[in-house]
Design a protein around this ligand. Structure first.
Ligand SMILES: [Zn+2]
Length: 305
C-alpha cells in the first residue's frame, strides 16, 4: 500500500509492561509534565486552526469535575505519559472549560481529514477506550461493579474478580474482483452516486476468509474463491478493526440483498480511475480516510497483485 491509512501509525508506547506497576502508574498521574486529552461525549478536544491538532491539557483541566473522571493511560512519548480523560460529566462544553477561543470538541470522523496522521491515530485509541470504559461499569458475569486497573488497560469486577478487556470487533471489508472489474455496493441511505467495498462483521467461530466468502455471497450471491488480506485500519466508531481484503470472484451474476444494499454493480478499472480523479459525477467512492478508498486505489493502480 503506497498510501498511509487513517488512524494508523500511533507513535505512543502503550507501556504494557510498566503500567502493571501501581507505583509507576501513580507517578505518571502525579507527574506535572503528563498530558491529558479531554473527550466530551467521545469528541476529542482539538486546537482551532486549519490543521486540527490534539489539544493536550494538564490535570487541572478536569480536577474540579464531580465526580473527578479517571484518566486512561494511552502510552508515553519521549518519557511523558499521555492519558485520555472523559469529561462528559461537565455541565458545559468549551466555554465551561474556558477554552472556546483556542479549541473545540470535534467529531473524529468529520475532522480526521484535517488532522496530522499521528494525532488521528492517538484520538482513535482514546475514543475507543473511553467509550469502552463508559459502557463497562458493570460486570458481564455477575452484574457487580467494576474498576479500572493498569491505567485503564482493563477492568476487574469488585465482586467476582472477573477481568474484562477492551473489545475490538473485526470487520471484513473486501474488494471483490474478477479480471478487469470489481464489485461495489451502495448501502441504504447513501448518496445515489456512492459505491464502496462490501463489508460485514466477522462472526463467532469464523475465519476472516470464511467471513469474506459468506458476507459477499449473502449480499450479492457472488461466489468468492481466493481471499487475500491486504491491510487493516482501526475504526473507532466504536471499536472495529477493518480487515481489508482482495477477494477473487468465481461468479458474476448478482442477486442483491436489499436489506443490506440498495444496489451493487460491477465497475471497470477505467470507471474507478475516473471516479478517483473526480471526473465522474455519477460515481463516487469513499474519501481517502476510509480503507475502502485505499483498497480501490491500490487495485486501480495495480498494487494488489
Ligand atoms: Zn463479576
Amino acid at each position: 500500500m503506497k498510501h498511509a491509512i487513517a488512524y494508523t501509525g500511533n507513535p505512543l508506547d502503550r507501556e504494557n509492561l510498566r503500567r502493571r506497576g501501581r507505583e509507576w502508574m501513580e507517578a505518571q498521574q502525579a507527574a506535572p509534565e503528563s498530558r491529558y486529552l479531554p473527550l466530551f461525549q467521545l469528541q476529542p478536544l482539538l486546537k482551532l486552526g486549519e490543521q486540527r491538532t490534539l489539544a493536550w491539557a494538564k490535570r487541572e483541566f478536569f480536577e474540579d469535575l464531580d465526580p473527578v473522571p479517571e484518566p486512561v493511560l494511552l502510552g508515553s512519548l519521549d518519557g511523558v505519559a499521555h492519558f485520555a480523560v472523559d469529561v462528559s460529566v461537565a455541565t458545559g462544553r468549551e466555554a465551561f472549560f474556558g477554552v472556546a477561543d483556542v479549541a473545540s470538541f470535534e467529531d473524529l470522523r468529520a475532522t480526521v481529514a484535517a488532522m496530522p496522521a499521528a494525532d488521528a491515530a492517538i484520538a482513535a485509541q482514546a475514543r475507543t477506550l473511553v467509550d469502552w470504559h463508559a459502557r463497562h461499569h458493570h460486570c458481564a458475569v455477575c452484574g457487580g461493579g467494576t474498576r479500572s486497573v493498569q491505567g485503564g488497560a482493563n477492568r476487574i469486577c469488585f465482586d467476582c474478580q472477573a477481568q474484562h478487556f477492551p473489545r475490538t470487533d473485526p470487520v471484513a471489508i473486501s474488494l471483490v474482483v474478477k479480471g478487469d472489474r470489481c464489485l461495489l455496493g451502495r448501502g441504504p441511505g447513501w448518496p445515489e452516486s456512492m459505491y464502496s467495498a462490501l463489508a460485514g462483521f466477522v462472526e463467532a467461530g469464523e475465519s476472516l476468509e470464511d467471513a469474506v466468502r459468506r458476507e459477499v455471497f449473502e449480499e450479492s450471491a457472488v461466489r468468492v474463491g481466493d481471499v487475500r488480506y491486504l491491510c487493516s485500519q482501526p475504526w473507532p466508531f466504536p471499536s472495529s478493526l477493518m480487515l481489508g481484503c482482495i477477494a477473487l470472484a468465481e461468479s458474476e451474476e448478482l442477486q442483491i440483498d436489499r436489506v443490506e444494499l440498495d444496489d451493487a454493480r460491477w465497475f471497470t478499472r477505467d470507471a474507478l480511475r475516473a471516479a478517483l480523479a473526480g471526473r465522474r459525477t455519477d460515481l463516487t467512492v469513499p474519501p481517502p480516510f476510509a480503507i475502502a478508498h485505499q483498497l480501490i486505489r491500490a487495485w486501480v493502480d495495480g498494487e494488489t497483485g
